[in-house]
Design a protein around this ligand. Structure first.
Ligand code: NDP
Ligand code: 2IT
Length: 453
């Protein structure tokens, strides 16, 4: 079989075995199509059927989560954990609580996580989980009740050397706390089974900031390679959660000008630069809508999402030098890409997982826009999660400066590894291909070493 035929064959099987899982198919297609050069060069991967094996999770759990709301009514949600690949280490990846979560979403995220985690150079396999539970509008008590019920099932599948979940959309410090408390109560064991823990009970300094800071460090490396500099660059950011907030904070620190943020209801455009203190107070403390930001900063413009054409987001219409999509998947489409290119955008750096549609990515590449793919650009979060595991295992506590220095180095190494792979396989500067090939190689070689398991 020719390489192209083999890839097509595996993609057909994925479509057949995962009907309706469109995001999962999208993630698999992007990776598999970019692996052609390495599959051509190394026939062993096809001989060992690596592609057919790597697209199937080692194990997937779907479970019922029943919890009691404040009115005393029993509510039912779905819980998921997909343990995708353990070739290079224990399963590692976040939990997402959002009404849109289903098996296909969790599989897409888990699949991406395999290559991202491999790229960090650390010993972590790929996994992901979550629930269709919506924390929005719920009381702390309801969130706790849900988290306890979720962990009452999840605990039996995880462990510090087995599977180590963390946060993602809708899962932050509060949720990790409730989940950890319940794990400890059931198992009686105080161990590093989750990351993103509180500083007083085993968390790592710098984990909260890691994904956003790491995304900016990645952009810095990429710009430097292209003889550009962050200073004075106008940046548009989507999202206003963990990733977006710390991307904005680091951009400001480095004298770039982050001018936007958004949430599920609207967009803020603040020409003189987003005020991080206000943003944190609204989103991290009060958990309110960004509409509040414009009340406190009358020179900022708030555009509600429903005042915009379907499928468009006001963020991408603001002229910028760099775009940091940092909210959710498929939030930046071809139309957005055309506007960004028309406005002279130089770099798109993905803070979220799979935020750009395949058509948008192709358009950026055709028009010479630098493109930092998610599995490289946002890997700082999971990398510092592994540093948290490492500190837990060694019963150590590192300073913020130590963690930040390691994060700096890891992001630089991720950039170089992906860049060098792009050169080695004849696609210099194509970071998507470089990241996929470099992430794949280590996992595939380890799968071969470990035999048919
Ligand atoms: P948060 O829950 O902290 O924030 C998510 C933000 O995106 C919120 O502002 C939310 O709006 C907005 N948002 C979420 N879903 C949608 C949607 N369907 N439409 C419009 N807006 C939406 O999550 P994170 O910041 O942690 O995650 C953001 C992205 O980064 C995700 O793709 C995640 O997978 C990825 N990521 C996260 C990492 C981490 O360490 N946390 C690591 C690597 C990647 P609202 O405020 O209204 O809810
Ligand atoms: O997408 C991601 O990399 C995360 N949500 C972080 C995972 C982790 O284990 O820290």
């Amino acid at each position: 079989m020719e390489t192209k035929e083999y890839i097509e064959y595996v993609l057909e099987r994925v479509e057949e075995y995962s009907p309706g899982e469109t995001e999962f198919y999208q993630a698999v297609e992007e990776v598999l199509l970019s692996l052609e050069p390495i599959l051509e060069r190394e026939p062993k991967y096809m001989r060992q059927n690596i592609l057919e094996r790597i697209v199937v999770p080692e194990r997937s759990m779907i479970f019922r989560v029943c919890w009691v709301d404040d009115a005393g009514i029993v509510q039912t949600n779905f819980g998921y954990r997909v343990q995708f690949n353990s070739a290079i280490g224990p399963y590692k990846g976040g939990l997402r609580f959002h009404p849109s979560v289903n098996l296909g979403i969790v599989k897409f995220l888990g699949f991406e996580q395999i290559f991202k985690n491999s790229l960090t150079g650390l010993q972590i396999g790929g996994g992901k989980g979550g629930s269709n539970f919506d924390p929005k509008g719920k009381s702390d008590n309801e969130v706790m009740s849900f988290c306890q019920a979720f962990m009452a099932e999840l605990y039996r599948h995880i462990g510090e050397t087995k599977d180590v979940p963390a946060g993602d959309i809708g899962v932050g410090a509060r949720e990790i706390g409730y989940l950890y408390g319940q794990y400890k109560k059931i198992t009686g064991s105080f161990e590093g089974v989750l990351t993103g823990k509180g500083i007083n009970w085993g968390g790592s300094r710098g984990r909260t900031e890691a994904t956003g800071y790491g995304s900016v460090y990645f952009a810095q490396n990429y710009l430097e390679k292209s003889n550009l500099n962050l200073e004075g660059m106008r940046c548009t950011i989507s999202g206003s959660g963990n990733v977006a907030i710390y991307t904005i904070e680091k951009l400001k620190y480095l004298d770039a000008i982050p001018v936007t943020c958004s949430d599920s209801r609207g967009t803020i455009y603040h020409e003189k630069g987003i005020d991080v203190k206000t943003l944190k107070a609204i989103k991290e403390v009060d958990r309110k809508s960004l509409k509040e930001y414009a009340k406190l900063h009358p020179d900022a413009v708030y555009t509600p999402l429903d005042a915009y054409p379907e499928g468009r987001n006001a963020v991408w219409d603001i002229p910028c030098d760099i775009a940091f999509p940092s909210a959710t998947q498929n939030e930046l489409n071809l139309e957005d890409a055309k506007v960004l290119v028309g406005n002279g955008c130089k770099l798109v750096n993905e803070g979220a997982n799979m935020p750009s549609t395949p058509e948008a990515i192709a358009y950026f590449q055709e028009h010479g826009v630098l493109f930092g793919p998610a599995k490289a650009a946002n890997a700082g979060g999971v990398a510092v999660s592994q540093l948290e595991m490492s500190q837990n295992a060694g019963m150590e506590r590192w300073t913020f400066a130590e963690v930040d220095a390691k994060l700096h180095q890891i992001m630089q190494d991720i950039f170089s590894t992906a860049y060098e792979a792009s050169v080695e396989f004849g696609k210099e500067g194509d970071m998507l291909t470089g990241a996929n090939i470099a992430g794949f190689k280590k996992v595939a070689d380890s799968m071969i070493d470990q035999g048919a398991i």
